[in-house]
Design a protein around this ligand. Structure first.
Ligand code: NAP
Length: 244
């Protein structure tokens, strides 16, 4: 029997774990990366890089390469690709699964203020406040544009914008320990933490904010097409009938 041909739309740690697990089970896996990260951690299997040219381009790619499945494992805040994946899979007659960790949920001790968008998160910060902003390099500019704000901007790779002198740029890749997160928020006299609701296992910055009674401006995920979704790699393997 021919191995299943699976296209993973990647760019996340979960996508990488899925690719490794599927390759280990004998599937033919191609992971597609947008090409925005200069030094990505690469999964097992084949890699292709760069956009497809919208939903039509993706549909053509799926037909030309005879995929059995698309696994949309893009980041919960990637707004376009899930729409393109749904349209392209419908057009090309390819089965689609989404792999997405459940959103974080506030627990006792958390002071979260929900922001529907990044712009709403910027506006939620009071005048002159000091914030730790962990939304990624593509969306940091709107925070830098508010001259009354200052604080810490943490991301994996540097932003395109110049960093104003009132901001400290930290280029770091997770995971971070609770002790380090507490030290960071404390040393910077941080009053607010701004985070996207990336979801998955709860991360230390949220516990650190709760421990220090720092409010979290939590940016909500963008709306996406409703498609069959696995929350974990194990669940994905089950749905693809490739577990075990
Ligand atoms: P997006 O708005 O959904 O995508 C914008 C365009 O980038 C898409 O229309 C597509 O171009 C291309 N693209 C996106 N993901 C791709 C993939 N896996 N393979 C090939 N092309 C892809 O996504 P985004 O927010 O710009 O994020 C880009 C990538 O970074 C995603 O793969 C995502 O998983 C990853 N990422 C995003 C975030 C975030 O917070 N947004 C965080 C961590 C990682 P075409 O229309 O030309 O096909």
């Amino acid at each position: 029997m021919q191995p299943e041909r699976i296209l993973i739309l990647g760019g996340t740690g979960l996508a990488r774990q899925a690719a490794d697990a599927l390759v280990a089970r004998g599937a033919h896996v191609v992971t597609s990366l947008a090409g925005v990260t200069r030094t990505p951690h690469l999964p097992k299997g084949e890699i292709r890089t760069g956009g497809f040219g919208g939903a039509e381009g993706l549909a053509t790619y799926l037909r030309n390469n005879a995929f059995d499945w698309v696994v949309d494992a893009t980041h919960p805040f990637a707004a376009q690709m899930p729409v393109h994946a749904a349209l392209a899979c419908a057009a090309a007659g390819v089965r689609l699964l989404r792999l997405e960790a459940p959103a974080w949920i506030a627990q006792a001790g958390d002071d979260w203020r929900m922001a529907p968008t990044i712009a709403a998160a910027v506006l939620a910060l009071p005048s002159q406040s000091k914030a730790a902003v962990t939304v990624g390099r593509k969306e940091i500019g709107i925070f830098f544009a508010r001259a009354d704000l200052s604080g810490i901007a943490r991301m994996i790779e540097p932003p395109e914008q110049a960093v104003p002198p009132t901001w400290q740029l930290l280029l770091e890749r997770p995971p971070f320990s609770l002790a380090a997160e507490v030290d960071l928020l404390r040393a910077g006299n941080i009053q607010f933490l701004v985070s996207k609701n990336a979801g998955g296992p709860r991360v230390a910055k949220l516990d650190a904010a709760a421990a220090l009674a720092i409010p979290v401006i939590m940016v909500q995920r963008p709306a996406k097409p409703v498609v069959p979704t696995a929350a974990t790699v194990d669940e994905l393997l089950g749905r693809l009938a490739l577990r075990g």
